[in-house]
Design a protein around this ligand. Structure first.
Ligand SMILES: [Zn+2]
Length: 326
């Protein structure tokens, strides 16, 4: 057992700002003269939070210590270094220009911080990484539209897709149709958080209104067999994050979590850490969960295969990465 350690891995659903470790959080706070209360750090998880809305609040406070492109560089490099040490070949992380601009960085300066770290980590450890710009749904349709327009107007080699994150329950897919029609028209790759907090109706709406090829989570599709069939037929991939869903109490435990059933039903799934220190999640740990649920080495590698194949990375790198899995 414990084959998960040596299996080659990939991750396509992790929020870069949320990978910040308590050590980095304290370091950035000090460097930027920014006060972060000691009670922000928890015992159960690296940061203290109660429910989903408190989590969003604490997420904003913790990540608000990230002020400069140098901070972004260090954050990105440290995360990739840690992933590479756990046999992760590829990371596709979500980033937020909304966050960066709030802290006084420009769209270009923060992306350069991320990009420099991505290149250095590839040189130092061989790990390949690409990035997805997230629109934040609870900031409203105009904010998401502005973010998407900025992405389309400023192509960057490390920026390969657009995502929709944030409060799924109060900001349904129908609010964002115009933005995602525009992205589709430009053939810009799309992933949307859906089926984490909300059920089958809004997963269907996300698929039909926003044109994603991947769904962030998507696990509540299990509640509707026809929807599961539709996901398989449309070749939509699920970026599942089991530990995240258990931490936020959507599911009681790993046996209760639908990831194994969806896998057995033939849905193409990947496993991902989402917001690692907030849930004590790691990409290595998510592969362990799948091994504990009964996946063998070949099946664990199929998760990596899915993540790379359905990533938004260029075909040349995809081919190279896939070759490493054979
Ligand atoms: Zn997420």
């Amino acid at each position: 057992m414990n084959i998960f350690n040596s299996v080659k891995k990939a991750e396509i659903h992790v929020h870069l700002e949320a990978t910040i470790t308590p050590t980095l959080c304290k370091k950035f706070a000090k460097r930027n003269n920014y006060e972060i209360a000691e009670e922000m750090f928890g015992s159960k998880y690296a940061y203290q939070w109660d429910d989903f809305y408190d989590f969003i609040k604490k997420y904003d406070i913790v990540t608000s210590v990230i002020h400069t492109p140098e901070d972004y560089f260090e954050l990105t490099y440290e995360y990739l270094k840690d992933c590479a040490a756990n046999n992760v070949l590829y990371v596709e992380a979500m980033i937020s220009s909304t966050h960066a601009k709030e802290k006084g960085m420009t769209y270009h300066s923060f992306i350069e911080g991320v990009y420099e770290a991505s290149k250095k980590a590839e040189e130092d450890f061989g790990i390949v990484s690409r990035y997805i710009m997230n629109g934040i749904r609870h900031l409203g349709p105009e904010s998401v539209q502005g973010t998407a327009e900025e992405v389309l107007n400023n192509p960057h080699p490390c920026l390969v897709g657009f995502g929709l994150a944030g409060d799924e329950l109060h900001f349904p897919p129908s609010l964002f149709v115009e933005t995602f029609d525009m992205l589709k028209k430009e053939n810009f790759p799309i992933t949307v958080h859906a089926g984490e907090w909300d059920g089958p109706v809004n997963i269907r709406n996300a698929i039909n209104l926003l044109h994603p090829t991947r769904l962030g989570h998507g696990v509540r599709s299990i509640e509707d067999p026809d929807l599961v069939k539709e996901i398989i037929d449309k070749d939509i991939i699920l970026e599942t994050c089991p530990t995240s869903n258990i931490a936020t109490k959507i599911y009681k435990d790993y046996v209760d979590h639908p990831v194994k059933t969806l896998f057995d039903q033939g849905v193409k799934v990947t496993v991902n850490s989402d917001d690692p220190p907030f849930f004590n999640a790691t990409i290595n740990g998510e592969y362990k969960v799948m091994e504990d649920l009964g996946l063998n080495e070949k099946e664990l590698t199929s998760l990596t295969h899915n993540a790379v194949k359905y990533s938004f990375c260029d075909e040349e790198n995809k081919t190279k990465l896939l070759a490493k899995l054979n």
